[in-house]
Design a protein around this ligand. Structure first.
Ligand SMILES: Nc1ncnc2c1ncn2[C@@H]1O[C@H](COP(=O)(O)OP(=O)(O)OP(=O)(O)O)[C@@H](O)[C@H]1O
Length: 265
C-alpha cells in the first residue's frame, strides 16, 4: 500500500487571547490515504477551520507536525488547493481570467493556459459565462469558478472550508453532485469542512467528528454507503441519527461555554 497522502501527528494549536488561552486543537492524529474524501464535522468553534488551515499551511500548529506527500507542511503550497466559503474571486477579473490567474503566475505558455481554462470551463458548465464578472454571477456559479480555479492548478489535494454553506438547498445539492463527479474523475484527496451532518454523509468516504474546546477527534468513521446516496434511505438516516447525537453533545458544550462566558462578563 502507498504511504498516506496527508499525515497529521500529535497536532496542538493554542490561541493566546487576553485573559485565557484557547486550545483549538488537542492531540490530533490523522492519516489520510490518497484519493479519500474526508469531511471534518462538528459545531461552530470545534476547530475544523483551524485544522484545515494548518493542513493548508496558512496557520501552523503550536506543536506536532503535518506532512503532505511526505513533505513537512510549513507554508501554503501548490499541491494543496483551497476553496473558501466566500468564493475569494478577483472581482475585477472575468471568469476566464480568474481561472487562468494561477497558471499565469506559474508562467505557463498562453496556448496551454487557454486549453486548460477551456477544458475546466466546459467541465463546470461555465463556458457561456467566461466573459462575465463575479458580481454578475449567482453564488453557485461563483463557487464553480472558485473550484475551477483550484482545479486549474491541478492540486492533488483540495481543502474546502464550508464551500457550499452560503448556497440555497438546490444549488448546494447540484454542486455536491458536481464535486462528487469531479472527485471520481480526477481522483483528488479532499478534506471538506462542514457543520451539516447530511452534507457529510452525502459526500464523504470518512467522517471525522470533532469536539468543542479543546478540539479533539471524537469519532472517526467510514461511510460505507453506495453513491449517489439517498438521504431518504434507512441506512442514511440511521447514520444521521448517530452523528446527530455526537454533534449535539458538542453543541451543548459550546452553549454552556457561552453561558459561562456571559456570566463572567
Ligand atoms: N485567531 C484566533 N484567535 C483566538 N481564538 C481563535 C482564533 N481562531 C479560532 N479561534 C478559536 O479556536 C476555536 C476553533 O475555531 P475554528 O474557527 O477552527 O472552529 P470551527 O469548527 O471551524 O468553527 P466555525 O464553523 O464557526 O468556523 C474556537 O473556539 C475559536 O474561537
Amino acid at each position: 500500500m502507498s504511504a498516506p497522502h496527508i499525515v497529521v501527528t500529535d497536532v496542538n494549536k493554542v490561541f493566546s487571547t487576553p485573559g485565557r488561552d484557547v486550545v483549538a486543537l488537542k492531540d490530533i492524529n490523522l492519516e489520510i490515504p490518497r484519493g479519500q474524501f474526508v469531511c471534518l464535522l462538528g459545531p461552530s468553534g470545534c476547530g475544523k477551520s483551524t485544522l484545515l488551515n494548518a493542513i493548508a499551511g496558512f496557520a501552523l500548529p503550536s506543536s506536532g507536525m503535518i506532512t503532505a506527500d511526505g513533505q513537512l507542511v510549513t507554508a501554503p503550497g501548490p499541491e494543496r488547493g483551497m476553496v473558501f466559503q466566500e468564493y475569494a474571486l478577483f472581482p475585477w477579473m472575468t471568469v476566464e481570467d480568474n481561472v487562468a490567474f494561477g497558471l499565469e503566475i506559474k508562467g505557463q505558455p498562453k496556448a496551454q493556459i487557454r486549453a486548460t481554462v477551456d477544458k475546466l470551463l466546459k467541465m463546470l458548465s461555465l463556458a457561456d459565462f467566461r466573459n462575465r464578472y463575479p458580481k454578475d454571477l449567482s453564488g453557485g456559479m461563483r463557487q464553480r469558478v472558485a473550484i475551477a480555479r483550484v482545479l486549474a492548478l491541478d492540486s492533488p489535494i483540495m481543502l474546502m472550508d464550508e464551500p457550499f454553506g452560503a448556497l440555497d438547498a438546490l444549488t448546494r445539492r447540484n454542486l455536491q453532485d458536481e464535486l462528487l463527479r469531479l472527485w471520481a474523475e480526477l481522483k483528488k484527496t479532499i478534506i471538506f469542512v462542514t457543520h451539516s451532518i447530511e452534507e457529510a454523509i452525502y459526500l464523504a468516504d470518512r467522517i471525522v467528528v470533532m469536539t468543542y474546546r479543546p478540539g479533539t477527534i471524537k469519532r472517526d468513521l467510514l461511510v460505507d454507503l453506495p453513491r449517489l446516496r439517498d438521504p431518504a434511505a434507512a441506512e442514511f438516516n440511521a447514520l444521521k441519527r448517530e452523528l446527530g447525537q455526537l454533534v449535539m453533545e458538542e453543541q451543548q458544550r459550546h452553549h454552556n461555554d457561552e453561558l459561562r462566558m456571559a456570566a463572567v462578563d
